[in-house]
Design a protein. Structure first.
Ligand SMILES: Nc1ncnc2c1ncn2[C@@H]1O[C@H](COP(=O)(O)OP(=O)(O)O)[C@@H](O)[C@H]1O
Ligand SMILES: [Mg+2]
Lengths: 407, 270
């Protein structure tokens, strides 16, 4: 082998190695990110429950004294505790929402009235974290939120088999809450869904029609060049600017409701529009001219050429672009902060005019909360958001694969 | 086989008959932007004959062909001057609808370009948009007749629902011919219909063209002089945007009036 050939081979090997190294680094970073989020977020999918023995009689139901009933049931574990401060700590073992669970159980099964029955209620977030082993017993007492006597009480309950960790279904079915053990992401998921629906309903027809006009009808002149440059620039505008625009236009000028998916959706639609237009134009351009000629040649009108042939053939590309645009919109936070979608909202939104929040903003809110249990919730919400994004991108890839070049 | 011999063998004199002109171009000029592609072309295309347009590449054959069904309309910056009549109607001046014109003047392209739909839908598309067939039964009939006339029925009758793109190149081109004749045009324009095909597929198309001449007026662009000699009754020779020579095919090939034609058919340039 000549010297030159050897050198060429060596150079090629080196080049391949650099490429592999680059890919390896990228994969490593991604894997680290996802695993760390996964490890931190995993506990949020589980919740500690404590079994109480509750006595409910008709008078309690009448006057709605469920709060007191819950306290009594917890006090019953340790009758010796009498100090007011200590009693407060003792009843703090269970979630402040436990009375609601008891009320619901009774409403569900009225035959419980007048009896003493066992019921599993959520523990408070501090106890939950302690049970999950995230608080070390070796720390000095003043450095941990779970004090020595609480540890003793909980250990006693564990011995009695009154403590259990279960899958936290309600994380996926409730809205936000100030109490981490009661907080769920369903409100944010529904909010995201409504917001994306509005964004899609606004940006898809506008984007596709604009792209069809520009690609198929517009004459090639300085005006269309200008429009084209501006659409490309629009794609590069920081998203918060769209939020400011939405604030000034939709909220202040048109007086639309704050924190509502309808406004959020329209702001995101503005942001997605350039993505959809650019993707649609590329898809239309990729339809071979021979198909247009064939249709024109047998006397199809321009509109028929577009609607019967070009757009159907470009549809996979258009949909791919749209899904990618929607995925971007799903992950967007900044513009929504500007229009007030960052509010604390407990109720699940029922429509596009109800105040709501969206997944990334929910993550932002939780990440900003002081309670330690929200750390896991934050990561869990990120996992959910990532799952949605991966699914959307997978659909886009599948569409592209499935309909790849059929001519 | 020389061109002259082929003419002997084709044995189609047909000279004496005085035919009506289907398409007449008078002083046709075409500009693409600043560039002039055709210079004052005067050409009459007789009914029920095959007229071949030959000449070196870039001489304006396709340009002239595309004038006849106004396919040049869709090219930005293309201007057509002069007078072009189909059945005596000026297709550029009178307010004839271009969609109706293209239904009467069909076109077959260089590269087979079936729609990415089923064979059936490829053919049914034209009649459907022109409202020429009502109901499934009538449409079935149109599809069958068109495929039969294009010599594709026997090969395609059992696979009408398969995509047109699943056929071989030659079959695809015959499908495109079937698609063109499905709307029942008077004139069929063919722009180098065989240049993407192998010799056997080419032979089938040439046979087909000869059969189709009975019903349709055919204008074919070809870069192969043998093909022009085999299929056409009349030949027009273009050079640098000018119609140099035009006449009966055997006369053009055996006894060209113009020196440039002579040079071209004897292969001195091309
Ligand atoms: N779409 C177009 N835009 C600009 N010039 C064109 C276009 N189509 C053809 N031409 C020019 O017109 C001349 C004739 O082209 P054409 O009719 O395609 O030649 P032929 O079919 O004989 O090879 C060529 O010089 C070509 O460069
Ligand atoms: Mg050509």
């Amino acid at each position: 082998m000549s010297e030159r050939t050897k050198q060429r081979y060596a150079a090629e090997r080196r080049f391949r190695l650099y490429g592999l190294a680059a890919i390896g680094a990228a994969v490593l970073v991604l894997a680290t990110l996802v695993t760390s989020i996964g490890i931190v977020g995993m506990p949020a999918f589980f919740q500690t429950y404590i079994k109480l023995d509750v006595t409910v009689d008709a008078a309690d139901v009448e006057s709605g004294r469920f709060r007191q009933l819950t306290f009594d049931a917890v006090y019953a574990f340790h009758p010796e505790v009498t100090d007011r401060r200590e009693k407060k700590r003792l009843r703090g073992i269970v979630s402040s929402g436990a009375d609601r669970e008891i009320r619901l159980a009774v409403a569900d099964d009225p035959s419980l009235i007048g009896t003493t029955f066992p019921i599993w209620v959520r523990s408070s977030d501090d106890i939950d974290i302690f049970i999950k082993g995230q608080v070390s017993r070796d720390l000095p007492q003043e450095d941990r939120r779970v004090k020595d006597n609480e540890i003793a009480w909980v250990d006693g309950l564990v011995e009695q088999g009154r403590v259990e960790t279960r899958f936290n279904f309600s994380f996926f079915s409730t809205g936000d809450s100030r109490e981490p053990e009661q907080a769920g992401i369903w409100g944010a998921v529904v909010g995201s869904f409504f917001t994306l629906c509005v964004a899609l309903a606004v940006s898809f027809p506008l984007g596709v029609l604009a792209a069809i006009y520009l690609e198929e009808y517009a004459p090639q002149n300085r005006w269309t060049d200008l429009i084209e440059v501006n659409i490309n620039n629009l794609a590069a505008v920081p998203s918060i600017v769209f939020g400011l625009l939405g604030l000034a236009m939709f909220l202040n000028f048109f007086g639309m409701p704050r924190s509502a998916p309808v406004v959020g959706g329209m702001v995101l639609a503005l942001m997605t529009l350039p993505t959809i237009i650019i993707a649609t134009r590329a898809a239309l351009k990729a339809v071979p001219p021979s198909i247009r000629e064939a249709a024109l040649g047998i006397g199809a009108s321009e509109l028929q050429v577009v609607t019967h042939h070009v757009v159907p053939l470009a549809m996979p590309g258009i949909l791919t672009g749209t899904i990618i645009g929607m995925a971007q919109a799903l992950g967007e936070t900044a513009p929504l902060l500007m229009i007030g979608m960052v509010a604390f909202i407990v109720d699940i939104p029922q429509g596009i005019f109800d105040p709501s929040t969206v997944l990334p903003v929910q993550i932002y809110i939780w990440a900003d909360s002081p309670e330690r249990a929200f750390v896991a919730k934050t990561s869990a919400a990120i996992l959910v958001l990532l799952t949605f994004l991966v699914c959307m991108n997978a659909i886009a890839v599948m569409l592209r694969k499935r309909f790849e070049r059929r001519w | 086989m020389s061109v002259a011999e082929q003419l002997e063998n084709s044995g189609q004199p047909e000279k004496a008959v005085e035919r009506k002109s289907k398409v007449i171009g008078k002083d046709i000029t075409v500009h693409y932007g600043e560039k002039q592609a055709l210079f004052d072309v005067n050409l009459a295309i007789p009914e029920h004959q095959v007229t071949a347009l030959i000449g070196p590449s870039g001489c304006g054959k396709s340009t002239f062909l595309r004038c006849i069904n106004r396919m040049n309309d869709v090219i930005d910056g293309c201007r057509v001057g002069g007078e072009l009549t189909v059945d005596g109607v000026d297709i550029y001046r009178s307010n004839i609808d271009v969609v109706e014109l293209r239904a009467r003047v069909g076109m077959v392209f260089q590269k087979p370009n079936p729609f990415p739909k089923s064979i059936y839908d490829n053919i049914a598309y034209g009649p459907r948009i022109h409202g020429q067939a009502s109901g499934r039964g009538e449409m079935d009939e149109v599809v069958e007749t068109s495929l039969r006339r294009a010599g594709l029925w026997d090969e395609a009758k059992d696979r009408l629902e398969e995509p047109g793109t699943s056929l071989s190149g030659g079959q695809q081109q015959r499908l495109c011919i079937a698609r063109a004749i499905a709307v029942n045009p008077d004139v069929i324009l063919m722009d180098e219909p065989c240049s993407a095909l192998d010799p056997i597929a080419t032979a089938r198309i040439e046979e087909l063209i000869d059969e189709l001449r009975e019903r349709f007026t055919i204008v074919i662009v070809t870069h192969s002089m043998q093909q022009a000699a085999r299929v056409s009754q009349r030949t027009a020779f273009f050079h640098l945007g000018v119609l140099v020579d035009e006449g009966e095919t055997d006369q053009i090939f055996t006894n060209p009036k113009d020196e440039r034609t002579q040079d071209y058919i004897t292969g001195r340039f091309g």
